[in-house]
Design a binder for this molecule. Structure first.
Ligand code: PEP
Ligand code: MG
Length: 937
């Protein structure tokens, strides 16, 4: 018995099944499955992925496959009662690719195959519309020539536009049958000229060509690249679906449309979609005619409508998920062309998943696995009002660094941002790039836009941390600082003009686009009663289910009391990273910090530090109070000192202007000399500590080892804060973390200082504080010597931002210039600053975990780099056996969900689904109108 290469579907019984995706591809399996479920599908057949593999090996379709195709074609003709190439009732087919894993838009499709001059006449007669038949033919020639014969599309498009010009028509659909006849002649001539052969008229030749082209499209450059990016094996091959064409444009009892079994924007359980009467599928998408709401189909074709609704419900129940379907009604008869899992917004994803649990369609675990973790971000950030958004054109697109929509007046400096915000205006801060100097402006702005920088740039990290929309690395922007103008895409806007950015898509719009606030955030910040938000209720339920499943703990990267409170409300189980350097950038602290840096003697420096101590203590008290007893990891000062001093060029300019004018800005003449001397001292100091490569320079513990007064002050502030909290009945669990350790000797030195200060404070205040000392693992050397380091560390936290930088040797701040290309060109599968590079950085982590645990049993290990909020990286951390992940407050829900999904994947999702199906009892009502759903799942 020869192997089976071709499987029929449609009308009656299919030869395939849903679980044959590997052989039939996703589309073929769905068509078979719909057939088996008694759903009307235009008949056809699927040529298997095995046939594709043979075609790839042999360069041709093997004889046995051809024989089976012919056999199935004959059956198809019989079933349809139409003949290929027939002058009366021609059979027309579509030929589409369909791999096991959906690869949208990557491979080829040919529609209306089977047309030739005789069949066009047949189609004209049977449809009573010669124009329609000719239009179908010219579309077919164009599509076939492009896909199969390799003739450039542009040549045909040129003919179309010249035909429109000659006929003085705006659109192709306005061309008459006569004009289309000329177009067809011109098309045929192009094919002859370009290929040396006439356009194939024999439908069997056409079919063979189309099948070979579909198989061949598996190996195009773009399909290969797509597979590489999505980890899809090249060996799979695509199936090829040949299906009878049905027409929704055969009069008033015909229609075509698309639908969803629920509203994909809100998740509401409603029959949602659009249709056009007497129209082709393409017309719905092309927007030439305005489609009508699907519910209006009831009045037009009531029987087909009811059948469609019934099928939609059955499909949803069958697949256990919201479906997105395409249908055609040909002279009153309904056909389903496609069904697949419907794409949805984050809000809809949560609503559909939780509703389906209530309806008994899926289990809680399935609900947890169903929602994409990053989709939860959409529930946290303000969004553009879709209607308002549609009215404007996109001026530029950058990197979508921090999701959400923001709209405000354009400002170019942080001081302006603060001033405008104080005056009650919402502003978007546009900078070439931001730096710690901009914190006040970033805080005041509603959104951030930068010309340079990548996913871990300052603007991106801080934007996410603040929960502020940010678009970074928008290289097509030109800032003219002197004129306070922004040039983009041929437009120029000025300070104070409206600007809108969408941090979810990276889009920049030069207009005011209305936004809608996120309900969840309103609840979290206490502005909205949780009982009033169903969106929040669904969000909360889903995350509670996730919490019951996950093993990884989730902490927050938070530096202030208010940030910590938001984090807690979003489910944080502690603080995994408080970056103390962020605490010194405020206007009240900066001068004191500068005094400390400019101090000439240790005594002067200690004096300056004494003034910083109470402020730092206050910060720590706020964090301890917010977290009341949960672990709080406080990291000692990390960045290079020059970051606390002004920009040297700006300083030099200020000094020279003062000298030239004999005046100082905003100061009395009497203060001139003192001010000049002060500025010159600062300038000298900036120059003396500015480094060529500060990221690899005198930062982290290297700084606090050589200037131990700093870490002493920080440790003192921490222990005093802890003691104060304990005295006031607030429990504390502090963890002191030393950054940028590469050798255990560094950690040992820092540990001595911290332990000494702890004892001093205990002796002075009489309060004992339990604490841990640990380190970041953010240098390759630390990872490979983790056993030694573990002797001095009670915990490790992977600083994967620096670990990625130092493992690859990619500068965090400059990699944006080339990493995009690396990813585009497939050199790297993804940006390693966004998602952990498992082979390199991940391997170092693995070594550190194993050596660290071998040296110190039960050592607590977490991660606090930006990867801690990236779902794939969270999954990797779960697999590595880390204890916790720590991320920006607004990423906490993402991490909670991703951590639960990691557990479910470990258990095996397929097993989960099968078990779920066995145990569920459907509570879905039979129609959309019955809303009495059970809520006791
Ligand atoms: C890191 O390097 O991953 C980290 C968390 O530290 P920072 O980003 O502050 O350097
Ligand atoms: Mg670091």
């Amino acid at each position: 018995m020869p192997r089976k290469y071709v499987y029929s579907f449609g009308e009656g019984a299919a030869e395939g099944r849903d679980d044959m995706k590997g052989l039939l591809g996703g589309k073929g399996a769905a068509l078979a499955e719909m057939t088996n479920a008694g759903i009307p599908v235009p008949p056809g057949f699927t040529i298997t992925t095995t046939a594709c593999t043979l075609h790839r090996e042999l360069g041709t379709i093997p004889a046995e496959v051809s024989r089976q195709i012919d056999e199935h074609l004959a059956v198809l003709e019989q079933r349809m009662n139409r003949t290929f190439g027939d002058a009366d009732e021609p059979l027309l087919v579509s030929v589409r690719s369909g791999a096991k894993v959906s690869m949208p838009g990557m491979m080829d499709t040919v529609l209306n195959l089977g047309l030739n001059p005789e069949a066009v006449r047949g189609l004209a007669e049977s449809s009573g519309d010669p124009r329609f038949a000719l239009d179908a033919y010219r579309r077919f020639i164009m599509m076939y020539s492009d896909v199969v014969l390799g003739v450039e599309r542009s040549r045909f498009e040129a003919v179309m536009s010249s035909a429109r010009r000659k006929a003085r028509k705006q659109t192709d659909s306005q061309l008459s049958a006569k004009q289309l006849e000329k177009v067809v002649t011109a098309f045929e001539k192009i094919v002859l000229d370009r290929t040396g052969e006439p356009f194939p008229r024999d439908p069997r030749v056409q079919l063979r060509g189309a099948i070979e082209a579909v198989f061949g499209s598996w190996d195009t450059e773009r399909a290969r690249r797509y597979r590489k990016l999505h980890d899809i094996s090249d060996a799979l091959g695509t199936a090829c679906n040949v299906q009878a064409m049905v027409f929704g444009n055969r009069g008033e009892r015909s229609a075509t449309g698309v639908g969803f079994t629920r509203n994909p924007a809100t998740g509401e359980r409603e029959f949602y979609g659009e249709f056009l009467q007497n129209a082709q599928g393409e017309d719905v998408v092309a927007g030439i005619r305005t489609p009508r709401l699907l519910v209006e189909l009831e009045a037009v074709l009531p029987e087909a409508y009811r059948e469609l609704q019934d099928i939609a419900l059955r499909l949803e129940r069958h697949y256990g998920d919201m479906q997105d379907f395409e249908f055609t009604i040909e002279e009153g008869k309904l056909f389903m062309l496609q069904t697949r899992t419907g794409k949805r917004t984050g809000i809809a994803a949560v609503k559909v998943a939780t509703d389906m649990v209530d309806e008994g369609l899926i289990t809680r675990e399935e609900a947890v696995i169903r929602v994409e973790p990053v989709q939860l971000l959409q529930l946290l950030h303000p969004v553009f009002d879709p209607a308002a958004r549609a009215e404007h054109e996109v001026a530029a697109v950058g990197i979508n660094a921090s999701p959400g929509a923001a709209c405000g007046r354009l400002v170019f400096t942080s001081d302006d941002a603060v001033a405008e915000a104080e005056a009650g205006n919402e502003v978007i801060l546009v900078r070439h790039e931001t730096s710690p100097d901009d914190i006040h402006g970033m805080n005041a702005a509603v959104g951030l836009l930068t010309v340079t920088g990548g996913m871990t740039s300052h603007a991106a990290v801080v934007g996410r941390q603040m929960g502020k929309p940010a678009v970074v690395g928008c290289e097509s922007l030109r800032i003219n600082a002197a004129r306070e103008q922004l040039e983009v895409g041929g437009h120029t806007v000025e300070r104070g003009d409206w600007l809108s950015i969408d941090g979810t898509t990276g889009e920049v719009i030069l207009a005011e686009v209305g936004t809608m606030p996120s309900e969840v955030v309103q609840v979290v910040t206490g502005e909205l009663d949780p009982a009033k938000s169903t969106i929040f209720a669904g969000f909360q339920r889903l995350l509670e289910w996730a919490d019951l499943t996950r093993r990884l703990r989730v902490r927050a990267n938070a530096d202030t009391g208010p940030d910590a409170e938001v984090a807690l409300a979003l489910g944080a189980e502690g603080i995994g990273l408080a970056r103390t350097e962020h605490m010194f950038f405020g206007a009240d602290r900066m001068p004191k910090m500068q005094d400390m840096i400019l101090a000439r003697t240790e005594a002067e420096r200690r004096k300056a530090l004494r003034r910083l101590l109470p402020l730092q203590r206050r910060d720590f008290i706020a964090l301890f109070k917010a977290m009341s007893g949960l672990p709080v990891t406080i990291r000692t000062l990390d960045p290079p000192l020059h970051e606390f001093l002004p920009n040297p060029t700006e300083l030099k300019v200020e000094i020279e202007v003062m000298k030239a004018t004999g005046k100082s800005k905003g100061q009395r003449k009497a203060d001139y000399e003192a001010r000049l001397a002060e500025l010159e001292a600062i300038y000298e100091r900036v120059l003396s500590i500015t480094e060529i490569n500060p990221m690899l320079g005198w930062r982290g513990c290297r700084l606090t080892i050589l200037v131990p007064e700093i870490i002493e002050m920080q440790a003192r502030a921490l222990f005093e804060a802890a003691a104060k909290c304990i005295s006031n009945g607030v429990s504390v669990d502090p963890e002191i973390m030393i950054p940028l350790v590469g050798d255990v000797g560094e950690l040992r030195r820092q540990r001595e200082v911290v332990e000494r200060v702890a004892k001093e404070v205990e002796a002075k205040l009489g309060v004992h504080v339990n604490y841990k000392i640990g380190t970041m693992i953010e240098l390759p050397r630390a990872a490979v010597t983790a056993d030694k380091i573990a002797e001095q560390a009670e915990f490790f936290s992977f600083g994967t931002n620096d670990l990625t930088q130092t493992t690859f040797g990619f500068s965090r701040d400059d990699a944006g210039k080339f990493l995009g290309r690396y990813v585009d060109e497939g050199i790297l599968p993804r940006n390693p600053f966004v998602s952990i590079d498992r082979e390199g950085v991940g391997e170092l982590m693995r070594i550190a975990v194993s050596k660290g645990r071998a040296a110190r049993q039960g050592i607590k290990i977490g991660i606090c780099g930006e990867h801690g909020g990236d779902p794939q990286s969270v999954g990797f951390c779960h697999d590595l056996g880390l204890d916790y992940v720590s991320c920006s407050p607004y990423r906490i829900p993402v991490a909670r969900l991703a951590a639960a999904q990691a557990v479910l994947h470990e258990r095996g999702v397929e097993e989960l689904r099968t078990r779920a199906r066995r145990n569920l009892r459907y509570k879905t009502p039979p129609t959309y109108h019955d809303t009495a759903l059970g809520h006791d799942a």
